[in-house]
Every structure is written in C-alpha cells, then in structure tokens.
Design a protein. Structure first.
Length: 333
C-alpha cells in the first residue's frame, strides 16, 4: 500500500470545497481499499448534517472494512448534532485514518488518540497547509475567539487614497474592482467607518460575482448617519455598530456568527484595527497615479507592522501586494 497519501488527500480537498462556508469547517473524505480503489467519498454539507466521514462510509458500505479513510480534518470524537466520527470509523472497521489538519477546538480535538487506542493506524499532517488554508477563518476563530480580519487598501504611488477634495475618488481600475468584489464574496461581513459611508456612499454588496448570500454590511462609528445612504438599502442586511473600539466591534460580530471580516474603510478605521493588532491579512492595491495631495492611506501607527508577503500580482494596470500580518512574537492576538 502506498505511503504517499497526497493524491487521495487532494481528492478529499476537492470534495471539501463543495461544502458551504459556514460556522462549521469545510471537510472532505475519501475511503480507499488496500489496492487504492475508491470505495466511498463525501463532504460536510453544513451544520446539522452528517460529517464527511459518515457520508463516505455510507457510500462505501462493507467496502470500508480493512480500508483507509483520508480526511482533510482530524475526525471528531464528541457528540454534537451528530455522533462522533471516530466511533463511526471504528465501527466500520477501517484499518487506517489519514488526516491533514489537526482539530483546533477544545471540544472535538483528540480524535487521533481515540482511533489509535482502538488499534487503528493514524497518519496526520498530510497536505496540512492546504487543509488548514481552506478553513483559515474558521481555524482562526477557534484559536483566538475573534473573527479573521482582512484589510484592503487602494492607494496611489504617492500614498493617497483620495484627491485633494477628499471626496469619492476612483483609485484602481476595473479589474482591481472586480477582484475586490471577489474578496467580498469570500467574507461574512464587509465593514466601513461612518466617514466612508457618508462620503463615498458605497453599497458594499457583491455585484460582480454570483453569491448565494450577500455578506453582512457593517458600519462602525458613533456618528449618526442618514438612513437614505446606499448601505442601508434592502440589497443586504446591515449592522450599525456605534463603537470606536475595534475589539468590542469584533466581539459583537463574533456573537453574530461572523468568522471573516473584510475591512474596506478609510485611514481611520484601518489605523485603529492595525494599531490594536487586530488585522490578520492585508490586500494592498497600488495604482500608477500621482495625486500630489489628499489624505494618506494610514495615520501614524506607533510601531512598525510587517507582513509575510504571500502574493504580488499585476491586476489590470494596478499592482496588488498581499500578505499576512506578522504579529508580535509570531502570535495571533
């Protein structure tokens, strides 16, 4: 039997991505016999539905006995809306379980130990980076207790986010704007400050990509705003958070079930979240233009914030730099 489970894990990853992005992780599972022949496959369809392992076992039936289960996330060992996957795997008679990401939750972790105690061979960490990446926001929430925050800024070559008038100003081109809508579609909430809501009057919906559900629109700040603004129309739900403290705002969004927040506000909002150590990833667009005057992208931050750059790409006539914030002592706050 092969000791390289990467190919099978990629199949499981492909299945996982078919599941909905929700409060539960996206998980895929395949079951292969001793010759590597696929016996069953499945993915998690959302809260309250069977887990990926159970769906794959149902398809495999008797073919699961003596087989190997390859799953993107360590099988759970607790009873929630559904039973523990560890017990289902044990009862089915699998001889080996291969997983990618270890379960980061206090409630469901420890499945690997349960399986080993039952005499099942367990191999963890196969394509761990890829398996963790698909549930990046979910994993972050489990580890930190707050939503994952993605900050997007668009500036000119001289660091301006608007011209000297301070009013709404087109910075990037159409392709970068389309990419921004794609980013919105991948998040649970899109947030701006009251100043951006008032000056730019954005709608904050996903319009250039198809989505099953529009992200929650969030306006943060204590200023009273007219209800005639586009952000308050009926195109999507809107939450007004009359707070100046970003940590309190994230706590409220966590309670609302938000796992990933897309910050699209101006310099004040961006600066407050960065200074508080609450930004996890940055997407920074640089447009080939020089304004010579106008508001700068960020206020003074008080300390240097460094990124681990993951992507540099030309999008249309603009340049995008994407990276994860390197937090103090390499720890997430």
């Amino acid at each position: 039997m092969t000791s390289d489970w990467s190919s099978a894990m990629r199949q499981a990853l492909s299945l996982a991505l078919q599941g909905p992005r929700s409060l539960n992780p996206q998980v895929g599972c395949v079951i292969v016999d001793s010759s590597g022949i696929l016996m069953g496959s499945g993915f998690h369809h959302g809260a309250g539905t069977d887990h990926a392992e159970v769906e794959a076992l149902r398809e495999a039936r008797a073919g699961a006995r003596g087989a190997t289960a390859i799953v993107t996330l360590e099988p759970c060992c607790h009873t929630g809306r559904t039973g523990p996957c560890t017990q289902a795997l044990i009862d089915a008679g699998v001889v080996r379980v291969v997983f990618g990401q270890s379960d980061p939750t206090d409630l469901a972790a420890g499945g690997a130990d349960v399986l080993r105690a039952a005499g099942i061979e367990v191999i963890g960490g196969v394509l761990e980076r890829e398996c963790t990446e698909i549930n990046k926001a979910w994993t972050h929430v489990q580890r930190t207790g707050r939503p994952y925050v993605l900050l997007k800024i668009a500036q000119t070559l001289d660091g301006r986010v608007a011209d000297a008038s301070g009013g709404p100003t087109a910075i990037t081109g159409a392709q970068a704007q389309e990419f921004t809508h794609q980013l919105r579609s991948q998040c649970d909430a899109v947030m701006v400050g009251t100043s951006t809501a008032l000056v730019d009057n954005p709608q904050l919906t996903v319009r250039l990509h198809e989505v099953a559900h529009q992200p929650l629109r969030v306006v943060m700040g204590e200023r009273e705003l007219p209800t005639t603004l586009r952000v308050f129309d009926d195109a999507a739900a809107t939450l007004a958070i009359k707070e100046r403290d970003p940590r309190s705002a994230l706590a409220l969004l966590h309670e609302a079930g938000v796992q990933k927040v897309f910050l699209e506000g101006g310099p004040t909002l961006a600066g407050s979240f960065l200074s508080a150590g609450l930004v996890d990833e940055v997407v920074w667009f640089i447009a080939p233009a020089l304004f010579g005057a106008g508001p700068l992208a960020l206020p003074a931050l008080g300390e240097v914030i460094r990124l681990d750059v993951t992507q540099v790409e030309r999008i249309g006539n603009d340049v995008m730099v994407r990276g994860r914030v390197i937090h103090a002592n390499q720890q997430e706050r």
